[in-house]
Design a protein around this ligand. Sequence first.
Ligand SMILES: CC(C)(COP(=O)(O)OP(=O)(O)OC[C@H]1O[C@@H](n2cnc3c(N)ncnc32)[C@H](O)[C@@H]1OP(=O)(O)O)[C@@H](O)C(=O)NCCC(=O)NCCS
Length: 173
Amino acid sequence: MLVTDRLIIRPTVMEDAPLLMDLNSDPEVMRYTGDVEFSNIVEYQNLIRERLIPQFKTHKMGRFSVTLKNGTFLGWCGLKYFPETDEVDLGYRFMKKFWGLGYASESGLECLKYGFKTLGLKRIIGKAMPENTASIKVLQKLGMTFRGYVHDPTDPQAFILYEMKQGEFKCEG
Ligand SMILES: CC(C)(COP(=O)(O)OP(=O)(O)OC[C@H]1O[C@@H](n2cnc3c(N)ncnc32)[C@H](O)[C@@H]1OP(=O)(O)O)[C@@H](O)C(=O)NCCC(=O)NCCS
């Protein structure tokens, strides 16, 4: 579990399934993610059981649930390992009512710190659709560096790629 001034960032648990379903049910939240909303709660339960929990067990990382200290669910933020490219990606997704309050930046910074200092990762990337101004702003605020445009062969949408290398991470503590 990671703790910041305002936030608790913790591995996803089965009880989060309805919260993730609620988060993904907002088309504005999903608009620039490239993901589609699952159709029922069982698919969210399967996602947590079959992908999120194993990712944490195997790689000690994941898209972690982010809450306020009083337990209010805000969304998720965290690292994901892609074996096909051997890359670790920082991602985030928050309920619309909590946008613009600095939560993605605050949790993103803590996840970068966890990745570089605790896990000893050498490089972390972040990708966003060119139209996703808020997400790009977060990657820039975190100090990540623009590296160009990338195309996933299975997806015609181009993503903007940012990256940070271990020695570039600057954070107190
Ligand atoms: C992207 C997202 C996670 C950002 O979360 P957040 O908690 O609002 O982010 P922060 O408050 O830390 O920072 C957002 C920054 O973008 C800025 N911003 C937001 N919308 C903007 C817009 N349309 N144009 C320009 N800047 C914008 C904010 O002003 C803020 O910058 P500032 O701190 O300098 O004022 C949130 O919008 C979200 O969940 N979007 C839907 C899911 C998504 O797209 N995830 C990313 C996929 S790559």
